[in-house]
Design a protein around this ligand. Structure first.
Ligand code: AMP
Length: 188
């Protein structure tokens, strides 16, 4: 069973690559960013709460995020495993995920981190912002805040899983196919 954390800063290509891996490995893709945007689009109380943070480029509080993720996993039990994209983003989320998976007699098997430098990220997100219809991609200040959040709160998750030997960096610059091949090679 594969339970992959597809890791890396915003704009590193996680969503694009997740779609390829879903096809190749038949895994269930869960993106917490997509889940929040769905709630936001439907103007639910959860969406309204998340919007306060997303618009500023800040992380949504752990308690809200973890319960949303757990609900989604409960709705999509899949013996083939998961690709988690954009989760966990804090150590508290990582520990909660471990407990959820342990309750199902499984664990995180891989963390693959797409490695892309900060200036390339800013460039990519500003470009994506022209068409993505995402408020948080349209503003350079918000993009930079998301990178600060990533470096401060999210990057320690790499080291946390490195202790159990599952973390690996993957060069995140190249064509979609090249990066997809690198990821697939690291998954076997
Ligand atoms: P993303 O689409 O993954 O870039 O996420 C967009 C925004 O959703 C982030 O900037 C956060 O505000 C929020 N978000 C998504 N996933 C998480 C998470 N695991 N923890 C906290 N906030 C999150």
């Amino acid at each position: 069973m594969i339970n992959l954390i597809l890791f890396g800063p915003p704009g590193s290509g996680k969503g694009t690559q997740a779609a390829h891996l879903v096809e190749k490995f038949g895994l269930t893709h869960i993106s917490t960013g997509d889940l929040f945007r769905y709630e936001l689009g439907n103007n639910t109380p959860l969406g309204q709460e998340a919007k306060k943070y997303m618009d500023k480029g800040e992380l949504v509080p752990d308690s809200v995020t973890i319960s949303m993720l757990e609900n989604k996993m409960n709705m999509t039990p899949n013996p083939k495993g998961y690709i988690l994209d954009g989760f966990p983003r804090t150590l508290a989320q990582a520990k909660a995920l471990d407990a959820i998976l342990q309750g199902r007699d499984t664990k995180v098997t891989h963390l693959l981190a797409l490695d892309v430098d900060d200036e390339e990220i800013v460039k990519r997100l500003l470009e994506r912002g022209k068409t993505s219809n995402r408020a948080d991609d349209a503003n350079e200040e918000v993009i930079r805040k998301r990178i600060v959040e990533y470096n401060a709160k999210t990057s320690p998750v790499f080291d946390y899983y490195d202790k159990s030997g599952v973390s690996k960096k993957i060069e995140g610059v190249g064509s979609v196919e090249e990066i997809s091949t690198r990821l697939a090679a690291a998954l076997v």
